[in-house]
Design a protein around this ligand. Structure first.
Ligand SMILES: NC(=O)c1ccc[n+]([C@@H]2O[C@H](COP(=O)([O-])OP(=O)(O)OC[C@H]3O[C@@H](n4cnc5c(N)ncnc54)[C@H](O)[C@@H]3O)[C@@H](O)[C@H]2O)c1
Length: 264
């Protein structure tokens, strides 16, 4: 099926690791131009180079999604390089698992800034361009924790719920400009390969599926009717769909890509 993504320009925030890396590769394989907007320049460049080997046009632009000026500069550079922005994938996210009562304030402030302010900043920065063109796709990577809550992820779950509600509101405000906004909620998606997560990734220290003790892995998998954890390409395939022409009558929706972990 032709998804109509060839030649389109796609910004993937946090494209330098794990799920964002998978999303970058998936769009490049469809023939899209991809901007890897990651705070970790080295990781961004590394992924851009790997993705270019698949035959695509990919650039890494160092971006801090929590800083509006940095986001605006990345958007302007993207427009200079490619002339348009067709798709924004708000993928950056961060969490440190802890009971709420044991969570330091600086840690939960970081979660709020990265997960929510980051999405608000990036969305705001592309909307002038998208409304002018009367076209655009925004795909927010939220989390099942934002739909059903998750112990040890209280503030993170709240930010993901906020991302879902923000996206629905923007979908209502921007529908008349031909802009769609949808959310994907991954389940546990732990890097499978060592050496793919940088220092700003929540998997820094190269936590991989193999490193999880078998009993912990069993406990996690037992919550997934499809009997496994997620892979970056599972999320990437859903992002391709929601960004594509075949999804042009879908907006304000939330799609769990979590092997049945949540069914709502
Ligand atoms: N991995 C999971 O199990 C899982 C589950 C549910 C939802 N999610 C969501 O999926 C998304 C991706 O998760 P992941 O596991 O690939 O994350 P990750 O931590 O592995 O990668 C995030 C990337 O974002 C970059 N980054 C961090 N702070 C940034 C900032 N301020 N500005 C720009 N870039 C920044 C990092 O350098 C890294 O490359 C997140 O929104 C996360 O909340 C992940």
């Amino acid at each position: 099926m032709d998804l109509g993504l060839a030649g389109k320009t796609v910004i993937v925030t946090g494209g330098g690791a794990n799920i964002g890396r998978g999303i970058t590769f998936a769009f490049v394989k469809e023939g899209s131009n991809v901007v890897v907007a990651d705070i970790d320049e080295e990781q961004g460049q590394k992924v851009a180079k790997e993705a270019e080997a698949l035959g695509g046009k990919v650039i890494a632009i160092k971006t801090d999604v929590t800083d509006y000026d940095s986001v605006e500069a990345m958007v302007n550079k993207t427009l200079e390089m490619f002339g348009s922005i067709d798709v924004l994938v708000n993928n950056v996210g961060w969490v440190a698992n802890k009971l709420f009562m044991k969570k330091p304030r600086e840690e939960y402030e970081k979660e709020i800034k990265i997960n929510y302010l980051g999405v608000v900043n990036c969305t705001r920065a592309v909307l002038d361009h998208m409304t002018e063109r009367k076209a655009g796709r925004i795909v927010n990577i939220a989390s099942d924790s934002g739909r059903v809550g998750e112990p040890r992820e209280a503030v993170y779950s709240g930010t993901k719920g906020a991302v879902i509600a923000f996206g629905k509101t923007i979908a209502k405000e921007m529908g008349r400009f031909g802009i769609t906004v949808n959310a994907i909620c991954p389940g546990a998606t732990i890097p499978e390969k060592a050496g793919t997560a940088g220092k700003e990734s929540m998997w820094a220290g190269d936590i991989t599926v193999e490193m999880i003790p078998p009993e912990t892995k069993e406990r996690i998998i037992s919550q997934y009717p499809l009997g496994r954890m997620g892979k970056p390409e599972d999320v990437a395939n859903a992002a391709l769909f929601l960004a594509s022409d075949v999804a042009n009558f879908i907006t304000g929706q939330t799609l769990s890509v979590s092997g049945g972990f949540s069914m709502i």
